[in-house]
Design a protein around this ligand. Structure first.
Ligand code: SAH
Ligand code: SF4
Ligand code: F3S
Length: 469
């Protein structure tokens, strides 16, 4: 299908859904209907949930954080690890009781977990109180699916295997007025052997730069100061466009947008991080002082079996290059422990990378077997006790380095975007430094949304304490 035709289809589709939203708004008017959405998984899902919230608000639903008072409960699900899935099944058991008490309650499930046949079979067999199920490709069809549910009174299940169109211009409700995520691409082509994402999010497709820039301009005009560009592997942005564009050039364009103050992106795959991107990062003044660069494992042998397409040495060389250009950059990472066949020696290579790079922080995971991925059928799956032991040793090291890193802020000044009243102490505001480090500071709530100069006076493993000047 030609690009022009695709664009016309997606515009027509957005309009069709907007028309249904208007019809539903008429139907819902005066009924005081409430929805409650819970989001699992990564920033992609969090951003998809904002789109869902935007559509429901336009229909006239108001949001509640209490499931017991909701007329529509949605779970936007994740399946990257098994425990994420188990939590959903656990919650569904509890919803059965709520539904018995309120037969008008609608339950909707969407997101990555729904893209697996085995999950659909289980839901159809054992969880028949679910009213609506949709996947990652057709979130924009929520208005139509809801309309069908209202009209037929029957469960609606709509899962697509793939979809190339990108539907633009649907409503979107931001969690924060002053910061926002922006998708630059969808899907993933990398097929790391442990990972289910390429199967549930489909092939990589990039949004047109004009659409991305238009969206960011509109967000900035609406008061947004900080943008996070989102993709499973942003470094391969633009390769599939009719007129290819590199990620480095995209951030150069975004950096020019007047009024925007901070720019972030995630996630970067080490195999595609180009010299030009490092150059662009050092040139663009709005880019924040942080880089998330997952390495997953230190042993080249494990990396090969993970299909990561770089060696330990290549990863370390890349980090050296980044640090040579941006000496104070906060490097963060993802690490998997207990990949099939991982030996104690392999594990020590992981520890070695952590010691050499000295990450500002790291997300550490115990390998979780995902049916359908190549690693699930590999020999030598690691026993849980062994993984847990390695995991604990890794966590100790990561924390020790993290504490050092956090303490290095003490006595220094840093710009902090104040984001919200602290969840632990109503007298404090919480914000983030350019390095994305959490800071708690005594300040008036009227300061929320501002970037202020803060003096750091204390440090804990996961946050800093500061004073407004
Ligand atoms: N596209 C991103 C990450 C997406 S998933 C990237 O490649 O960096 C986020 C993280 O979950 C991964 O980086 C990986 O560390 C972890 N992960 C993915 N599949 C996993 C599995 N089967 N078991 C444990 N951790 C996993
Ligand atoms: Fe998964 Fe690898 Fe793609 Fe990241 S790059 S989403 S880990 S397959
Ligand atoms: Fe994200 Fe989980 Fe899906 S990590 S892409 S929500 S499987």
């Amino acid at each position: 299908m030609g690009k022009r035709q695709e664009i016309e289809i997606s515009t027509a589709e957005a309009k069709r859904q907007m028309d249904i939203i208007s019809q539903l708004a008429h139907h819902i008017q005066g009924k005081n209907l409430k929805f409650c959405i819970t989001t699992f998984g990564c920033q992609m899902n969090a951003h998809d949930s904002e789109k869902i919230q935007g559509m429901l608000s336009k229909m006239g639903y108001s949001e509640t954080d209490k499931e017991a008072e909701a007329d529509l409960i949605l779970y936007n699900t994740c399946c990257v690890r098994e425990n994420a899935e188990n939590r959903i099944y656990g919650k569904l058991g509890y919803l059965k009781k709520l539904k018995r008490a309120n037969p008008n309650l609608l339950i909707a499930l969407c997101g990555c977990m729904m893209q697996q046949d085995i999950v659909l079979e289980t839901l159809k067999k054992t969880y028949r109180h679910v009213d609506m199920i949709f996947g990652t490709y057709n979130i924009y069809k929520l208005p139509e699916l809801l309309q069908t549910r209202f009209e037929t009174g029957k469960p609606v299940i709509d899962i697509w295997d793939s979809h190339q169109d990108i539907v633009e211009d649907l409503p979107n409700e931001r969690k924060y007025p002053f910061k926002s995520c922006v998708n630059i691409m969808y899907g993933c082509n990398n097929f790391c052997t442990y990972c289910i994402v390429p199967y549930v999010r489909g092939r990589e497709r990039s949004r047109n730069p004009e659409d991305i820039l238009k969206e960011i301009h509109a967000l900035v005009e609406d008061g947004v100061k900080e943008i996070m560009l989102l993709g499973q592997n942003v470094n391969s942005y633009g390769k599939t466009l009719d007129i290819p564009m590199t990620f480095a050039d995209l951030i150069r364009e975004v950096n020019k947008i007047e009024g925007l103050e901070r720019l972030r992106f995630m996630t970067s795959h080490p195999k595609d991080l180009s010299d030009d991107l490092i150059l662009a990062m050092s040139e663009c003044d709005k880019l924040c002082n942080s880089l998330h660069l997952p390495f997953q494992a230190g042993s080249t042998d494990v990396l090969t079996r993970m299909n990561r397409r770089y060696t330990k040495e290549q990863y370390l060389a890349l980090v050296s290059k980044v640090k040579a250009t941006m000496p104070h950059i906060a490097l963060t990472t993802d690490i998997i422990i207990g990949f099939p066949g991982e030996t104690e020696e392999d594990f020590q290579e992981t520890m070695d990378v952590v010691r050499q790079v000295r990450f500002a922080s790291a997300f550490t995971f115990v390998y979780s077997k995902r049916t359908g991925t190549p690693a699930a059928t590999m020999d030598n799956q690691i026993e849980e006790v062994v993984s847990k032991d390695r995991f604990n040793r890794l966590l100790d090291l990561v924390h020790e380095i993290q504490v050092d890193y956090m303490e290095s802020f003490i006595g220094h000044h840093t710009d902090v975007l104040l984001e919200e009243v602290s969840k632990h102490d109503p007298n404090l505001l919480s914000g983030r430094t350019s390095e994305s480090v959490l800071v708690h500071v005594k300040a008036d709530p009227s300061e929320i949304g501002k970037i202020v100069d803060i003096k750091i006076t204390g440090a804990k493993t996961h946050y800093l304490i500061g004073e407004c000047l």
